[in-house]
Design a protein around this ligand. Structure first.
Ligand SMILES: *[C@@H]1O[C@H](CO)[C@@H](O)[C@H](O)[C@H]1NC(C)=O
Length: 399
């Protein structure tokens, strides 16, 4: 009898273990050993969990969640804040400096429930329900798809999990995704407020010589015509492209500066560490879409050429995004730098004029495009104001 009971208990607990294993593989909290949590966040003493989210078009994206700072008790009490990285970057970008300098860690230490986005194609989000990253179709997207599908999937996951609207922080491509997505009522209704750092939408005043040269050489069309659909700057081809763009034409002694504008304040002795994670891949189609906008001065959907546009959009030109469709009631903070060669002030003024609301502005004269993420002084120069903005928005709702 006794034996029977214990065997029964044993098989029941075995079943429970199997069932738990099954449930966690389906609904998952995969504790990935080579994920961002394990490599960068947990070693610094922060709790970190990874979630997999599927987009409507089949991409499997990873979200990281840092629910507390180093000293707080466990539990998800703070307002959810979502961090959306830029082009050639991934969620790691918010954690690459020390814990007292990196926005991701600082937000966690301020009691926010920090969620980290990773768009398709980055090191942390390279899976799809049916496609492999080696398929051409895996790379058939541009930032409008990141807005429409990736943001929609990630924000709705966070909203469901936390039963709360989400505070949004985006940098660069993370801001053009936001501008596009916030014109879509089903997406913007999930957002409480948004802080947009180095915002881009119109791009025709870009002053980066490196980018202007790449646009002039039709680098985007060249790559597509030779069948390169994944743009990986770490690959041999990627390195050759960078070399040929620099060679004798652009001073690339400081490559990052040549691309983004002079950055005053990142930590030169950490560059090798940054390069362990960045740059991430993107699609050549995404680059092509951005270059179309630089050439045409539009903030519009991808241009397939007039014949295919008729099929996709029922008009010969791709439809423009209307910034006036972003609800006036959505609180916005815009952070920008005086030495940013990508988010140009002329383009930014046009963007702000077309918004219905009047965003709060946070201007740092000495900052280039990357300083808002990697400056060792960003906490004083920008993050304290940013956090004040988020706290005031969060406390005006349910917190
Ligand atoms: C710069 O990085 C080095 C190496 O990681 C570190 O020892 C140093 O404290 C950093 N300096 C600043 C100002 O953060």
């Amino acid at each position: 009898m006794e034996w029977e009971t214990s065997s029964c208990w044993a098989s029941a607990s075995l079943m429970a273990i199997v069932l738990l294993g099954y449930l966690s593989s389906v609904y998952g909290v995969p504790q990935n050993n080579d994920g961002l949590c394990a490599l960068i966040v947990r070693p610094m003493g922060y709790p970190c969990t990874e979630y997999t989210v599927q987009t409507e078009d089949g991409y499997l994206l990873t979200l990281q969640r840092i629910s507390n700072g180093r000293s707080a008790l466990t539990g998800y009490n703070g307002p959810p804040v979502f961090l959306q990285h830029g082009l050639f970057q991934g969620g790691d970008t918010w954690f690459l400096n020390s814990v007292d300098e990196s926005l991701g860690f600082i937000l966690a230490d301020h009691g926010f429930d920090v969620w980290v986005g990773n768009v398709r194609g980055t090191r942390w989000s390279r899976k799809h329900a049916t496609l492999s990253e080696h398929d051409r179709a895996f790379w058939d997207w541009s930032w409008q798809d990141l807005a429409q599908y990736d943001l929609a999937a990630m924000l709705s996951y966070i909203k469901t999990e936390t039963s709360s609207k989400v505070l949004y922080i985006g940098h660069s491509q993370g801001t053009i995704m936001a501008f596009a997505a916030f014109t879509i009522p089903d997406i913007v209704k999930m957002v409480e407020a948004a802080a947009l750092l180095c915002p881009i939408s119109y791009l025709n005043h870009i002053s980066s010589n490196f980018v202007i040269r790449a646009v002039g050489m039709h680098l985007d069309q060249m790559l597509l015509s030779v069948g390169i659909h994944q743009l990986n700057l770490r690959s041999n081809i990627g390195v050759q492209i960078l070399d040929s763009l620099c060679d004798g034409h652009v001073d690339c002694g400081n490559l990052l500066g040549a691309i983004t504008g002079d950055n005053c304040c990142f930590n030169a002795s950490r560059v090798e560490y940054y390069l362990e994670y960045e740059p991430h891949s993107t699609s050549t189609k995404n680059l092509h879409h951005l270059f179309q906008m630089i050439r045409k001065g539009t903030f519009a959907k991808y241009d397939f050429g007039w014949w295919k546009n008729l099929k996709h959009y029922h008009s010969s030109q791709p439809p423009a995004f209307n910034l006036g469709d972003i609800p006036e009631s959505l609180p916005l903070l815009i952070g920008y730098g005086g030495s940013d060669a990508l988010a140009d002030l002329t383009d930014l003024k046009r963007t702000i004029n077309e918004l219905k609301s009047k965003p709060e502005q946070l201007y740092v004269e000495s900052y280039g495009h990357i300083d808002f993420i990697l400056s060792v002084k960003a906490k004083d120069d920008a993050y304290q104001d940013l956090i004040r903005f988020l706290q005031s928005r969060a406390s005006s709702s349910s917190y």
